[in-house]
Design a protein around this ligand. Structure first.
Ligand SMILES: Nc1ncnc2c1ncn2[C@@H]1O[C@H](COP(=O)(O)OP(=O)(O)OP(=O)(O)O)[C@@H](O)[C@H]1O
Length: 291
């Protein structure tokens, strides 16, 4: 169990904001942190990593205490068993992929971990290349491998896939899942992408203004219990165009744009960028083979 109780006073554009997070996370799970920009997601990860000090609180990982302000315990990041992957790859440009991984090893750690990671994350062909010769997705695979070199107990990922195109994201998601399972990690992933959250995570917490406003099973959180539909998808509103008495809402579902007609009442609560559920039960969907 990872027992978290953290308070930190933040300066938001709207004034002061008190991050106040109390949560117990089951180890071995992949947990997503979801929420609007400025909700405090990155700050939470930094506090867990020991890259930022809380005003008050604790982080207990099993029987280890990483932070406890009452006992004046604040383990430095290198003493916490964490791996961190950011949106930016932060690889050493003058080192090859293999050298980047070897450099991340602890003193005296056997080199076999690097070979194991090269195997799991399919870096064999890329080992001797320098980062500037790699695509964004390849660099992020190296960054993921590097974060795992010291066999962390907790893997923290701050929007690791947001700079990648859809195809690359899906590939990387598979590697994240593989690594998460292979190394029996507890993974905390910040993501805004509903399909990614549903595909990857066992548990989700939603932050707003520094507080957890919802937590639970991601499918349940993005679908609506009141909808009893034959099929349903989640997507994001791209545009809304009013025509006479209706509004045509264009929703991005995966890589496809779908137009849905909404009445004025339904449209009144919708905005571009909202995550929505599209469901149908009144007609039979048509299936066409495309490949
Ligand atoms: N060291 C700090 N001291 C005070 N305030 C901070 C500090 N770091 C960040 N903040 C503020 O805390 C708020 C939350 O920032 P944070 O980066 O955690 O949000 P976020 O949910 O990760 O947002 P995004 O999705 O845009 O990355 C912001 O308003 C930010 O300006």
């Amino acid at each position: 169990m990872i027992d978290i109780s953290l308070q930190k006073l933040l300066k938001s554009p709207g004034g002061r904001m008190n991050l106040n997070v109390q949560v117990k996370l089951e180890e071995g799970k992949l947990i997503t942190v979801y929420g609007k920009s400025g909700a405090g997601k990155s700050t939470l990860l930094m506090l867990l990593a020991g890259l930022m000090d809380p005003e008050k609180g604790y982080v207990k990982v099993g029987d280890e205490i990483w932070t406890d302000t009452d006992k004046k315990i604040m383990l430095p990041p290198q003493k916490r068993k964490i791996g961190f992957v950011f949106q930016e790859y932060a690889l050493f440009p003058n080192m090859t992929v293999r050298e980047n991984l070897l450099f991340a090893q602890a003193k005296g750690q056997p080199g076999t971990i690097v070979d194991q990671l090269v195997e799991i994350i399919d870096l064999g062909q890329l080992q001797n290349r320098k980062p500037n010769t790699l695509s964004g997705g390849q660099k992020q695979r190296v960054a993921l491998a590097r974060a795992l070199v010291r066999k962390p107990r907790l893997l923290l990922m701050d929007e690791p896939l947001s700079a990648l195109d859809h195809e690359m994201r899906v590939k990387l998601q598979t590697y994240i899942l593989k690594a998460h399972r292979e190394f029996n990690l507890t993974t905390l992933l910040i993501s805004h992408d509903v399909s990614e959250i549903i595909r990857l995570s066992d548990f989700m917490i939603e932050l707003d203004q520094g507080l957890i406003i919802r937590q639970g099973d991601p499918v349940g959180m993005f679908t609506n219990d009141r909808v009893n539909a034959k099929f349903q998808f989640t997507g994001e509103i791209m545009s809304m165009v009013k025509q006479d008495f209706i509004v045509i809402v264009t929703v991005l579902i995966g890589r496809n744009l779908v137009k849905v007609i909404a009445n004025d009442q339904e449209a009144a609560v919708l905005e571009i960028g909202d995550k929505v559920l599209i469901a149908s039960k009144a007609f039979n969907p048509i299936i066409h083979k495309i490949s």
